[in-house]
Design a protein around this ligand. Structure first.
Ligand code: ADP
Ligand code: ADP
Length: 231
């Protein structure tokens, strides 16, 4: 089933057209990897999908509702809760320990009880291999560990899709593998994922579709074999 449908999306910054005419679809359970050169508009596109940026025109249908035309308010907030996002720089709350970071949104936004949020957070931490780190503060963790906490935090809201914006680009090379492994597990669990990445081996192995973005357009879409096995 179709989860996201993007129609003729355009985004300008001043006179600069950053997204020029983007149309695409994401099915439930699909993993999409977006690749392409720096400055192509990949990050801007993800930020539009997560309503961090307002497009100038076009549609983003999520579960059939148009994120672009919805006014700020409860309906939009509830849709945004279904869209998890993981950033390049983790964006954890540095004044909270790991478990507090994960519990915060479910308790505050969804009214989940402390007890339920706690047990869910512990189960997510064990899923990302960090169950012994619940009481630590982000600054005492490696970059790879922080990014896995960020993934657990996003999952705590039970999103319908997870967006990743270059999740391994800020990591030391030895940390990249552990984050990609967590993402692979998530993909195997059936999560719908849209991943902006430069990790071609990951894209080749995990993506159902690869979208190549350049100069504000999705220039090419296809299965990994089409991208990587050209003669
Ligand atoms: P990518 O993720 O593919 O590297 P971005 O979406 O980050 O590309 O950026 C695309 C273009 O939009 C770049 O030229 C960038 O400088 C510009 N851009 C991104 N964000 C802003 C902004 N807030 N204001 C002005 N220009 C921006
Ligand atoms: P990325 O690493 O995703 O390509 P950038 O380093 O281009 O991101 O941008 C970092 C932040 O700066 C983003 O919030 C982006 O929107 C903003 N930004 C990027 N380019 C510009 C620009 N030319 N003018 C204003 N803000 C920008």
């Amino acid at each position: 089933a179709k989860l996201i449908e993007v129609n003729h999306l355009k985004k300008n910054y001043g006179n600069t057209e950053v997204l020029k005419d983007i149309s695409a679809e994401v099915d439930q359970g699909q993993v999409i990897c977006i690749i392409g050169p720096s400055g192509a508009g990949k990050s801007t596109f993800l930020r539009c999908l997560n309503v961090l940026e307002k497009p100038n025109s076009g549609q983003i249908l999520f579960d059939g509702q148009n994120l672009v035309s919805l006014k700020d308010g409860k309906e939009l907030d509830q849709l945004r809760e279904k869209i998890g996002m993981v950033f390049q720089n983790f964006n954890l709350f540095s004044n909270m320990n790991v478990i507090e970071n994960i519990k915060l949104a479910p308790m505050k936004v969804k009214g989940v009880s402390d007890k339920d949020a706690e047990s869910e957070a512990l189960s997510l931490l064990s899923k990302v291999g960090l169950k012994d780190h619940a009481q630590q503060y982000p600054a005492s963790l490696s970059g790879g560990q922080q990014q896995r906490v960020a993934i657990a935090r996003a999952l705590a809201m039970h999103p319908e899709v997870m967006l990743f914006d270059e999740p391994t680009s800020a990591l030391d090379p030895e940390m990249v593998g552990e984050v990609l492994t967590t993402m692979k597990d998530l993909a195997k669990s059936g999560m719908t994922m849209v991943v902006v990445t430069h990790e071609m081996a990951f894209a080749r192995e995990v993506a159902d579709q690869i979208w190549f973005m350049a100069d504000g357009y999705l220039q090419e879409k296809g299965v990994p074999e089409e991208f990587f096995d050209h003669p």
